[in-house]
Ligand binder design. Structure first.
Ligand code: SAH
Length: 213
C-alpha cells in the first residue's frame, strides 16, 4: 500500500491536476504520508483525498498541500514560513524540506504533541511548533516571508498581514460556508499595500479561536 508505485501514482495525479513545481513534487514523492495517520488509515495515505486525524480534523488532500505549497513558493524561495493549523504535521514536513525555517501553530494540544513526535522521528529539525491560536499569527518570530493557513477564517486577520515581510506571501482559505475561496495575498514591497487574488474554491475546516487541551 505504501509502495513506491503507489506513491508514484499520486505524484502523477498531482501533475495531471496542474502541479508543476518540480521541487514540490520531489519532496511529496519522498515524504511518508502514511506516518501522519493512525495505523487503521495508513493504507489510504497515498490516495488523493483528505483523511480524518481525530478531534474532528483532517489531514489535507495531497493536491491541496501541493497547490498551497506551490503558491507559497510562486514568487521565489521563502526563508521563514509560518504554518497555521499544523494538524498531523504533514504539511509542516513538506515545508521544512523546502524552506529554511518553519514555525507551526495548532490549537488542539494532542495533535501538536503527535505532530512534534512524528517530525522528530523524520529527523526534521528546522521547525518550531507551538500550541497556540494562529488567528494571531506568531509575533515573536515575525516577519515571515510566507504564511500558509490550513484553516479558514471568515475574514483575513489583520495580524497575519502585519506579520508578513516585504514581498511576503499569504496563502489562505477565506469564507464562512462549506466552501471557501483560496486566496493568495502578496505584500507589495515594504509597503502596507497588499495584492489579492482568488485561486479556486476549496473546503477547509474553520479557523476557530481559543485553545483546546
Ligand atoms: N495541515 C494539516 C491540516 C489540519 S486541518 C494536516 O494536513 O494535517 C486544520 C487544522 O487547523 C486543525 O488541526 C485545526 O485544529 C487547526 N486550527 C483551527 N483553528 C486554528 C487556530 N485558530 N489556530 C491554530 N490552529 C487552528
Amino acid at each position: 500500500m505504501t509502495s513506491q508505485r503507489t506513491r508514484e501514482r499520486l505524484i502523477q495525479r498531482l501533475k495531471e491536476q496542474g502541479v508543476s513545481n518540480q521541487r514540490v513534487l520531489d519532496v511529496m514523492r519522498v515524504t511518508p504520508r502514511h506516518l501522519f495517520l493512525d495505523e487503521a488509515l495508513s493504507h489510504r495515505a497515498y490516495e488523493d483525498t483528505a483523511l480524518p486525524i481525530g478531534y474532528g480534523q483532517t489531514l489535507s488532500q495531497p493536491y491541496i498541500v501541493a497547490l498551497m505549497t506551490e503558491l507559497l513558493l510562486s514568487l521565489g524561495p521563502r526563508r521563514k514560513v509560518l504554518e497555521i493549523g499544523t494538524g498531523s504535521g504533514y504539511q509542516t514536513a513538506i515545508l521544512a524540506q523546502l524552506v529554511d525555517q518553519v514555525y507551526g501553530v495548532e490549537r488542539i494540544k494532542p495533535l501538536i504533541d503527535k505532530a512534534r513526535a512524528r517530525l522528530r522521528l523524520l529527523g526534521l529539525r528546522n521547525l518550531r511548533l507551538a500550541h497556540s491560536d494562529g488567528g494571531f499569527g506568531w509575533s515573536e518570530n515575525a516577519p515571515y516571508d510566507g504564511i500558509l493557513s490550513a484553516a479558514a477564517p471568515n475574514m483575513v486577520p489583520d495580524e497575519l498581514l502585519h506579520q508578513l515581510a516585504p514581498d511576503g506571501v499569504l496563502v489562505i482559505p477565506v469564507g464562512s460556508g462549506e466552501v471557501q475561496e483560496l486566496r493568495v495575498i502578496t505584500r507589495q514591497g515594504d509597503s502596507a499595500n497588499f495584492e489579492e487574488r482568488v485561486v479556486e474554491q476549496v473546503r477547509f475546516v474553520p479557523l476557530l479561536s481559543g485553545l483546546s487541551r
